[in-house]
Design a protein around this ligand. Structure first.
Ligand SMILES: [Zn+2]
Ligand SMILES: [Zn+2]
Length: 433
């Protein structure tokens, strides 16, 4: 084991963008790279840089149902971005680094289980794909993903909604004021993992003190209770006061302190669109914090304390939300009994809008409850181009009966579905027809 070494995997995808003037564009990591070099991080003993791996379709099929298939949906840049996260996770698990940070793009936290196209600049959930590969390689892990992006991590929520070994906590600007419009307090998870999906919607103009309040009074106590083997920061830098897409007032110092306290084993870059004003400073502060180095000198050129000051009304609102979240966490078992009672199947209806590709998807998701395992998860989905999909997931802890039932479901006639998929997480298999 290499002690106290931060592995840094960098993939800027300089030749790929949705369009030339799109916010998620080629230059996003250019200024960050300059800033890291200027700081001389390559010469520091505590930090080592690595090149990304390239993900394979099989890696993506552990998490997603790409319609019609992985090759049609993902570009080479996506495969390298995911490969960058896989490399970072591998550095950690193989002991080559004690922590790792994947500074890659395109991002991934808006990508749901089913993928018809691009939404929120994401097609594949980069940290989920890497995590599931690690679970196959290194066995079951109890993981906490803390999504610090300004947008709700709706894709990660969707993927882990019924998985109680993956605690998902998203802090984000309230969905009533920002894409994707989700991430509410009462979206607490499926019947086998109720309470393990935690949304903390914060009001616009939340400043450094608000983020750190939630971290210290909600996130850290919940992590102390949950005791994960691994903490992943799904790190979006778009809470910054200069970000053009959002309305928060977080600073590079705030981000550095957040990472020092959270102390994630792994971090994965998600959003952040203030390319010159925020990303170089926020990313550098996180790198130094994760490497256990001093970051107190990392200050944006235009910083002054008024940029992160917080209205007392915002402070009061955040304290109240924090109490609400803790109430749900402490009472999750009792609340689950109330919500699900003795239902054998729990049905969840959802509409998913692909803002980049202009696709509207409708889903009915059926969580089949089982007393011996997490139960089957079956999604019936259609997009507005009338593609009908049935997607069956066998959980990692599946019992024999559920496993057999899933294969029976898959072997039934296709009926009116264009595509039927089976993701067998127990035996690491993927079937489609
Ligand atoms: Zn974002
Ligand atoms: Zn079962």
């Amino acid at each position: 084991m290499t002690k106290d070494k931060l592995g840094l995997v960098f993939f800027p995808a300089f030749d790929w963008a949705i369009s030339p003037d799109h916010p998620e564009r080629e230059e996003r990591l250019l200024y960050t790279m300059d800033q890291l070099m200027e700081e001389g991080i390559e010469d520091l003993d505590q930090i080592q840089m690595y090149k990304p791996d390239i993900a394979e379709p099989k890696d993506i099929e552990r998490v997603h149902f790409c319609v019609p298939d992985v090759k049609s949906r993902l570009s080479k840049s996506h495969l390298v971005s995911i490969g960058g996260v896989i490399k970072a996770f591998d550095l950690y698990f193989s002991g080559q680094a004690s922590k790792a940070f994947a500074l890659v793009r395109p991002p991934g936290h808006h990508a749901h289980k089913i993928v018809y196209g691009d939404r929120g600049f994401c097609i594949a959930n980069i940290e989920a794909v890497a995590l599931e590969k690690m679970r196959q390689k290194y066995g079951n892990l109890k993981v906490a993903i803390v999504d610090t992006d300004c947008h709700h991590g709706d894709g990660t929520e969707d993927i882990y909604y019924n998985d109680k070994d993956t605690l998902f906590i998203s802090i984000h600007q309230d969905g009533r004021t920002l894409f994707p419009g989700t991430g509410y307090l009462d979206d607490l998870g499926g019947p086998s993992a109720y309470g393990y999906n935690i949304n903390i919607p914060l009001p616009p103009q939340t400043g450094d003190s608000g983020f750190l309040y939630v971290l210290e009074n909600v996130i850290m106590p919940i992590l102390d209770d949950f005791k994960p083997d691994l903490i992943i920061n799904s790190a979006g830098q778009d809470n910054h006061y200069s970000d053009p897409l959002t309305s928060m007032n977080f600073s590079a110092q705030g981000y550095g302190r957040l990472n020092k306290i959270l102390n994630p084993d792994l971090a994965v870059l998600e959003g952040g669109y203030s390319i010159e004003g925020a990303l170089p400073y926020v990313n550098l502060a996180i790198v130094l914090a994760m490497a256990g180095l001093d970051f107190s000198h990392i200050v944006e050129p235009d910083f002054n304390p008024s940029k992160v000051a917080q209205d007392p009304k915002v402070t009061a609102y955040i304290k109240n939300i924090s109490r609400e979240v803790m109430y749900r966490w402490k009472n999750k078992e009792a609340l689950a009994k109330e919500v699900f009672a003795d239902a054998k199947v729990v049905r969840k209806e959802k509409q998913i809008y692909y803002d980049t590709d202009g696709i509207l998807e409708k889903q009915s998701r059926y969580f089949h409850r089982c007393t011996s395992c997490s139960g089957l998860d079956i999604i019936h989905s259609e997009d507005d181009r009338l593609t009908f999909v049935k997607a069956i997931t066998i959980p990692r802890d599946a019992c024999q009966a559920c496993e057999e039932k899933a294969y029976e479901e898959f072997s039934k006639s296709k009926e009116h579905f264009n595509f039927v998929y089976l993701q067998d997480k127990k035996n690491d298999k993927y079937l489609s027809k």
